[in-house]
Structures are given as C-alpha cells and as structure tokens.
Design a protein around this ligand. Structure first.
Ligand SMILES: *Cc1c(COP(=O)(O)O)cnc(C)c1O
Length: 395
C-alpha cells in the first residue's frame, strides 16, 4: 500500500490510488475452487470463459482466451498474414503494444494522428497514409469510447483492409449503432484483462472473431502450433500422449484459475461499468465551470466503457499539466497520463524518423491531458475528494 511504509513521508495519510482492481469474495472463491480442481493450465474453466464471453457478445462470435491483449493482437495479425513488406495503420495515441506486435511480424506500423475530440484514430488521416502495402488498420477505442463503426467499415471496404480492433479499454462498450464492441464485422477484436482494465484476470485477454478460420489459426498459434490442445486431448482422447506440431507457435494460453476469475468478472462487468458511468456523470457536473475540456459524451444509444476519465487543461488554467499532476499528488490524489503518443518514444521516433509536426493533434493534446481516477470500488467520499481536490487546485 502506498503510504503505509513507515519511512514514506507524505502530507496525506491515505492517498487515493489512480486505479484499483474490483475483486470480491466471489472471485476469491472461484480461484480457490479452480486451484482445488487440480487443473491449473488452460482447461475446463478457460473453455467456459470463452463460451460465456462469446455468448455475451451475441450469436456468431467465437472467443479465444489468451494471456494478454498483446498476445491476442499478435495472434490476430499473424492469422491475417501480416508480415514483411506490409504496413498496418495504428493511431499514435495508444500503448506501445498496439504497434509492437506489428514489428514482431516484421511488418511496419504506420502511425496516424487522432481526432481532436475523442483522441481516437482520425479516419481521414488514416486514409491519407494508405499505400499499396497497407493491409490492415488497428483502431483503439480510447478510454472506452468506441470508434465510429460505420466510418471504419467504409474505410476498410474502400481499401480492402482487415480491421483488428484494440479494445483493451472497451469492455463492455457499444458503437454508435448500438452494436457491442467485438460483435461487429471486423476481422478480430481484442480485449485486455490486465490488472487495471475494466475486468481483470490479473493478466489476460480475449480475441473475438466471426471468422472460423481466424479463430482456428489463433487457437493453434496460441499453444505452440499444436494441432489440438492439451485439454482437448485429455477430454476426447483419454489423455493421449500423442500430439502434432503444425506451425512454430507461441505460448499465449490463459490459465484456469485466471479464467475462473474472469467468469465472475464477466458477470459483474455491466454493474462495474455503471458505477464508472455514474462517477463520470458526477465529474461532468462538478467540473462544468473549471478551465477544463471534458471527455466527449457518447452518442445516444452508444455505451461508453469509461475505462479512463481524461480531462484537458485549458490555456486559462492556473497550472500546466505536469504542475497539476504534482499538486494533485501532493494533496493525495494520484493521476496519470494516457498516452505518451508513440511518436514521442525513442524507439518509434528513431526507427521511423517521426517528428511532432507529423502528428499535430496528438502532439498538441499530449501537453494538456490528465487521467483522473475512475474505478468501480471508489466510494462516494473518494469521488467527492477527487472533485474537491481538482476544484481546489484549479481554483
Ligand atoms: C493495456 C493495453 C494494451 C495491452 O494489454 P495487455 O493485456 O496488458 O497486453 C493494449 N492496448 C491498449 C490501448 C492498452 O491500454
């Protein structure tokens, strides 16, 4: 615990962390049962979690559980034959995982600037970066606000691009047409169950798709390129020792205790989302008169996951971004920044000779974004404390 260390000197006795997982007795019991079952790696709980997750999104969806969203994104691109000589469109406003998996396959991520309102991939800017080598686009539903699916589909259709959605922030969420993120027409959508994401298995992720061939390839590559996984052999072949390797695969499977936890989290996902939505509404009302630009409100019928609550300091604010975060921290409220755009990181900048001028929106907005705490276990008092502290710092 931050602040509980005896040598830690702080002005506040109980600082509010930026994020905490929402783990209850049901998750603890489910993990205990999984441990007692004797099956620890991918087994019956993983199958159940996959089936429940797919059913949650609707008919025709297949879910493939993996040990991280990064792994799921890697598997999706691999199944789509992304490789040397090809390019994939990626927003610069994302976590490095979105782009690194493109490099793992020997392909090139082409970074794209973002929409100034949502900080999601700018579809017009993406279209301008298309070349004969472009094979795929990876939209990121930033903060849980879905990219417009109609525009995305039109872009992909016009240029014959595969769509792999990075939905690490977007469970549960839905698009402007009411279709859940993950239930649309994209080649694949990948969710994250990292510790601070909207539902968690500690580490974990889920690839979902409507394409049976993509699902089959992802399943094979998820576990060493085995033709059938260990649980399948146990279940259908009485634990036969015989297996066949059909590709040089990866070690990307989820474990049964993690899946048991995921099943419980899945059942609570909408309740936890509603709590975050309530917090977002409190913030919106309380910050209306402060020198802040607030997150865009979703369209009617669109469900926002509210994974993050990102405000932007206006020029008339008394502090710049770094000073604001420092002052909030001094007063006991931890904030964060999402994201440091990829073109500002050494590796991406140097590898692709990127400049700030190539991404005018992202470069400008980065200087003034702050993520405030928004997690389902925040008490009403803690929400009030964030509001009071922001108001005090900007007052
Ligand atoms: C967290 C995150 C990831 C990676 O998720 P892991 O499950 O940790 O691999 C990918 N993309 C975005 C936008 C993220 O925020």
């Amino acid at each position: 615990m931050i602040g509980s260390h005896p040598e830690q000197v702080t002005t506040v006795s109980d600082p509010l962390p930026f994020a905490l997982p929402d783990i209850g007795e049901a998750e603890i019991a489910a993990v205990s049962d999984a441990l007692r079952s004797g099956w620890l790696t991918a087994g019956p709980m993983v199958s159940r979690f996959e089936e429940a997750f797919a059913a949650h999104l609707g008919p025709g969806v297949t879910a493939v559980a993996v040990n991280s969203a990064t792994a799921g994104l890697h598997l999706a691109l691999e199944a789509l034959d992304v490789g040397p000589g090809t390019e994939v469109l990626v927003p610069t406003w994302t976590f490095t995982a979105t782009a690194e998996v493109v490099r793992h396959l020997g392909a090139d991520p082409v970074l794209v600037d973002v929409d100034p309102v949502t900080l999601n991939l700018d579809l017009a800017a993406a279209e301008r970066r298309i070349t004969p080598r472009t094979v795929a686009v990876m939209p990121v539903h930033f903060a849980g606000h879905a990219v417009p699916s109609a525009g995305l589909r039109a872009l992909a259709a016009a240029h014959d691009l595969a769509v792999v959605e990075d939905a690490a922030h977007a469970f549960p969420a839905s698009c402007e047409d009411g279709v859940p993120v993950g239930a649309g027409q994209s080649a694949a959508t990948v969710f994250s169950f990292y510790a601070t994401k909207t539902i968690t298995t500690g580490d974990g992720g889920m690839l979902v798709t409507r394409d049976p061939d993509l699902a089959r390839r992802a399943r094979t590559m998820r576990l060493h390129g085995f033709s059938r996984d260990c649980f399948d052999r146990y279940r259908n072949d009485r634990g036969s020792w015989r297996y066949d390797v059909v590709a040089a695969g990866f070690k990307y499977n989820l474990t049964d205790p993690a899946a048991a936890m995921g099943l419980v989290q899945l059942g609570r996902a909408e309740t936890m989302r509603r709590r975050r939505e309530w917090i977002a509404a409190r913030y919106r009302a309380a910050f209306a008169d402060l020198p802040l630009d607030l997150p865009a409100t979703p369209a009617a019928g669109q469900r926002h996951a509210w994974h993050l609550y990102v405000v932007r300091l206006r020029p008339d604010a008394p502090l710049r971004r770094d000073g604001f975060i420092q002052e909030m921290s001094r007063l006991g409220v931890s904030c964060s920044v999402h994201f440091i755009p990829l073109h500002l990181h050494t590796y991406w900048r140097d590898t692709y000779r990127l400049t700030e001028q190539m991404f005018p929106v992202a470069s400008r907005e980065f200087a003034r974004v702050v993520s405030l705490p928004i997690f389902s276990t925040m008490s009403d008092d803690q929400v009030d404390r964030v509001i009071g502290t922001v108001t005090k710092v900007l007052g």
